[in-house]
Design a protein around this ligand. Structure first.
Ligand SMILES: [Zn+2]
Length: 188
């Protein structure tokens, strides 16, 4: 369901008043409208269909060497503060006959990142869907991200990066496979 932008605008205007602002002043007149549109965009992952993202972009692959896609840009909103967290996502998997088109992995990351998230759950969501949709023998996902809720408020730790990983299948069972993944994503 599409969000009701008019309703969000009204609520944002109310928030501005509560914060002691005058929503009628020049710089703020269009702010509620902009915020409503931005929020709708930043949460479009709720309304994205997995089928539309993957869209049959699976290709036959006979080898079973590891596929790695590194440094996929990631922008999300933490569900505790609705403040951004952003960073990079690395995905590795061992195909079992099929591989994803590369751009599809990036769109998959977006689909899960564009909603209110926890970094841990985002990492899990991505690994599970790659495992299931590609029918891989194993999947590893690592996300390195910085959280504005930590950097701008609270503990104000400006330089800390949160790292989360999720490993499934052979990535979980075989230490060597997991290590190969970690080595490959660290190479620049
Ligand atoms: Zn937060």
């Amino acid at each position: 369901m599409e969000p009701n932008l008019g309703k969000i605008e009204k609520l944002v205007r109310q928030i501005l008043v509560e914060l002691g602002e005058d929503p009628r002043r020049e710089g703020l007149v269009k702010t509620p409208e902009r915020v409503a549109k931005a929020l709708a965009f930043l949460t479009h992952g709720y309304r994205t269909k997995l089928g539309a993202v993957i869209n049959k972009a699976l290709f036959t692959q006979t080898t079973s060497s590891m596929v790695i896609v590194k440094d996929i840009e990631l922008y999300s909103l933490c569900e505790h503060h609705m403040l951004p967290f952003f960073g990079r996502c690395h995905i590795g998997y061992i195909p079992d006959g099929k591989v994803f088109g590369v751009s599809k992995l990036a769109r998959l990351v977006d689909m899960f990142a564009r909603r209110l998230q926890l970094q841990e759950r985002l990492t899990e969501d991505i690994s599970q869907v790659v495992m299931r949709e590609v029918g891989a023998k194993g999947v590893g996902v690592m996300i390195e991200a910085r959280h504005l809720c930590m950097m701008m408020r609270g503990v104000e730790k400006q330089n800390s990066t949160m790292v989360t990983s999720s490993v499934l299948g052979v990535f979980r069972d075989h230490l060597a496979t997991r290590e190969e993944f970690l080595t490959l994503i660290k190479k620049t």
